[in-house]
Design a protein around this ligand. Structure first.
Ligand code: SF4
Ligand code: SF4
Length: 349
């Protein structure tokens, strides 16, 4: 696979030249945080962010997506017929994706693209995207990708990988999409063995130094009902505000709600991100709510990510260790601690 090394200025300039091939999205400074935005909105591009506040999930699974349109006009012969809303599936390059967020796409794929069910819009959005990663030279204190099957230079789910070598970027293609992307980037030089070795040694050093402290090894063997009835859920949930921040920021949360909105005789059917932390999430039409207590909702979030997913797929947890929920929960509920409680639980002890 091809690789190129660019001076940082040359790389930033080269990204600007990709507009005729891709809609290019980058993490751009947005107040105190970084957010993925189209390159056109960039006042200044730099790649010195820890991670974006929102993951790039919204670029393939929009927070609010128009699914269908319909007319309620009684004069319209096609009234009440759902028509698929137009979507933009032109090629997009998402540049600067941290390895945890690319790993998350693979975890979510099991829900949206599997032998029983294929979500056509999610699949088309993913197929339209080229993921260009950026290895993490300095993982945050809240990151724990290494504990959940990833790593600061993990290449899974990426089409190309950037490595920050101080005054240069090494960019390596990892897939055919990545090859195509790199062939379209103007400038740069083929990396020699010395540069490749420097990048390998950097990746190894950062990976070795990153702690691996969140235990997950017993989760699959613990009886599901024992964990469900474990005595710690009230305490874990005590401070939770049910604000939904954790689920909205999470690259591996995939729940959505479908709603119709009508203005006069024109209607649209939308799907919007939803959150299991909200009381209305499970409210039945009858008025019954099987999760009307806060601890039940908090338990659901952790049981889904750390037990139901584990049991269903037999491989990995539904968390990529990005640390966003740890960093931004207003009351410091920490999935690493909850995972530790669950993994160490001794039923009947
Ligand atoms: S971010 Fe924290 S307080 Fe808000 S719903 Fe999630 S766990 Fe609860
Ligand atoms: S559960 Fe938290 S740490 Fe894990 S992927 Fe979601 S936001 Fe990141």
């Amino acid at each position: 696979m091809a690789n190129k090394v660019f001076s940082k200025d040359a790389w930033l300039e080269a990204l600007g030249g990709l507009k005729e091939h891709y809609r290019v999205f980058l993490p751009l400074k947005d107040g105190d945080f970084f957010t993925y935005k189209p390159i056109e909105e960039a006042k200044k591009i730099h790649f010195d962010y820890d991670n974006t506040r929102l993951s790039p999930k919204g670029l393939i699974f929009p927070q609010s997506e128009r699914m269908f349109e319909f007319s309620l006009d009684t004069q319209d012969p096609e009234a009440n017929i759902l028509k698929e809303a137009p979507k933009d599936d032109s090629p997009r390059a998402i540049v600067g994706v941290r390895p945890c967020d690319a790993h998350a796409v693979g975890l979510v794929r099991r829900n949206f693209d599997n032998p029983e069910y294929r979500d056509p819009w999610w699949v088309k959005h993913v197929e339209a995207a080229t993921y260009v990663g950026l290895g993490c030279n300095a993982p945050c204190a809240t990151c724990f990708c290494k504990s959940v099957g990833g790593g600061p230079f993990n290449e899974e789910g990426l089409d190309a990988m950037m490595v920050d070598l101080g005054d240069r970027f090494l960019v390596r293609a990892l897939t055919e999409k990545g090859e195509e992307f790199l062939s379209r980037v103007q400038g740069g030089e083929a990396a020699d063995e010395e540069v490749l070795k420097e990048a390998r040694e950097l990746a190894q050093k950062v990976t070795d130094e990153m702690p691996d402290t969140v235990p997950t090894g017993r989760l699959k063997d613990l009886p599901v009902m024992a964990l469900f009835e474990a005595p710690f859920w009230e305490e874990v949930a005590f401070a939770c505000l049910n604000c939904g921040t954790c689920t909205y920021l999470c690259p591996t949360c995939w729940c959505f709600d479908i709603q119709d909105e009508v203005y006069k005789t024109e209607g649209i059917r939308l799907r919007n991100w939803d959150s299991c932390m909200f009381p209305l999430f499970t409210l039945h039409g009858s008025g019954h709510n099987p999760r009307d207590q806060k601890f039940q909702r908090v338990r659901q979030r952790f049981m889904h990510k750390l037990k139901y997913y584990v049991d269903k797929y037999g491989d990995g947890v539904q968390c990529s260790g990005c640390g966003r929920c740890v960093q931004f929960c207003p009351v410091n509920i920490d999935i690493r601690r909850v995972c530790g409680l669950m993994d160490a639980y001794e039923p009947g002890a």
